[in-house]
Design a protein around this ligand. Sequence first.
Ligand code: AMP
Length: 212
Amino acid sequence: MKIILLGPPGAGKGTQAQRIASVVDVNKASSGDLFRENITAGSELGILAKSYMDRGVLVPDDVTIKLIMGWIQSPEQASGFVLDGFPRTLNQAESLDRELNRSGSLDRVLYINVNEEELVERLSGRFICANCQSPFHVKYSAPTRNGVCDFCGGSLYQRSDDKPEVVRTRLGVYFEETAPLVEYYRKSNILREINGEGDIEVIGESLLKALS
Ligand code: AMP
């Protein structure tokens, strides 16, 4: 199955992508995680991406499309995949369609919808594991030990783009550049809209149901 998770930053795409990928037994890629790995490695791509990410704006399409297409084209993704955070522009969505025309089109676009005030609260209270990227939240999903990942023992940090002023920019970018993709995918009848507010487990079940 080829699945996309669509939704604003803070909607819970990362958490749910992980879960869906393990149930469906395919790999998942998060464009944001791929950029952050490049930043940690100090690569040229990482240095370029960081200059956009720190401001909360999108990394240019040509760079992002090349990165994700490289991942999709690898043989491990032949049986399907879950994408989190890509596509984010119409241009990216069209490039993905062109690529998949060769290998079989998308099966589902799962659109997770959350109201804006809640997104700000979620993002500004979020902490990420530096090792396995699992997200935690000071209020909603606090780790058992302060600052330590429950899953791998890695240390937790706050992303620099989760600071309140950058969060507002990221949400603005989402509504302007990414939200139009909801209509783009609705037309092809593969879009399913899920309410992303409430219990994580319940949302996860709704997403799995929407796959069948
Ligand atoms: P995320 O981890 O998905 O919230 O992404 C963090 C940041 O990475 C975004 O604010 C963008 O700067 C960049 N980014 C991630 N995915 C994309 C994409 N598909 N297109 C352009 N920039 C992206």
